[in-house]
Every structure is written in structure tokens, then in C-alpha cells.
Design a protein around this ligand. Structure first.
Ligand code: ZN
Length: 130
């Protein structure tokens, strides 16, 4: 979990930077992912779009940064006002993450601990390529 905590810390740093730059955004999310080559990639949501989640931006950045790498895990922080919490991806993001990185795990915060959940377990009966 040491690497997961480091990833969450990176995500919080970006959240702080984005918070200063996007003061008027009501819902700001930041995702950070670790690839199997040790690289971190990041994404922020597109404010006011309502449809471009930070996970999808991180997914695209991952494909650009290291197309041959696999994504090991991804964490997303969502800011509501002054509160920030670790959140699970929406259904669309779960499907896209599963489609591109079927072995990725998602970080969740449960009972004071970070836990890894396989994306497959968060999306039963998902569409999968053959
Ligand atoms: Zn989403």
C-alpha cells in the first residue's frame, strides 16, 4: 500500500494546484494512475463539460505516455466545496478502463484504509472484447 499512498499524495498535490487555478469550478476531480513501468500519469476533469471525467483524461494520457504499458491502479479525488474525497469511477469510466486495461485496480478509501478493487469486480456483466 506504500505505492498507493504515494499515488494518492501525488493526486492531492495536483488537486491543490488545480483548486487554485479553477476556483470557480464546483466539481473538480483529479485522477492519478501508476503504470507497470513505474510511470505516473494524471488527468483532471473538464470543468462544466459534465461528461469528460478525470479518469478518461488519465486514460488518454496513459496511452500517449506509454502505449505498451499496462495500468496497475488509478485513484480519483473529487472536491466538493472545501471537502475532498476518494471516489470510484462512474459507469462509463469503469467500462472504458476495463476495455483498455482489463487488469487495472481502482483505489477506494474504506474504513480509514486504502483498498484496491479490480475494475472487473466493479462492473459485472460488462462488455468485453473477445
Ligand atoms: Zn467517469
Amino acid at each position: 500500500m506504500e505505492k498507493v499512498e504515494a499515488l494518492v499524495k501525488e493526486c492531492k498535490t495536483i488537486m491543490s494546484q488545480q483548486r487554485r487555478m479553477q476556483r470557480r469550478s464546483r466539481n473538480l476531480s483529479v485522477s492519478a494512475a501508476m503504470l507497470d513501468n513505474g510511470t505516473y500519469v494524471y488527468g483532471v476533469n473538464i470543468p462544466r463539460s459534465g461528461i469528460i471525467c478525470s479518469e478518461m483524461v488519465a486514460l488518454g494520457n496513459s496511452l500517449l505516455a506509454s502505449p505498451e504499458s499496462d495500468m496497475l491502479y488509478i485513484v480519483t479525488l473529487l472536491m466538493h466545496g472545501d471537502e475532498t474525497e476518494v471516489v470510484l469511477p462512474c459507469g462509463n469510466c469503469r467500462q472504458n478502463l476495463l476495455y483498455v486495461y482489463p487488469n487495472v485496480s481502482v483505489v477506494r478509501f474504506n474504513n480509514g484504509l486504502y483498498q484496491l478493487e479490480k475494475i472487473r469486480d466493479l462492473l459485472p456483466l460488462a462488455y468485453e472484447r473477445k
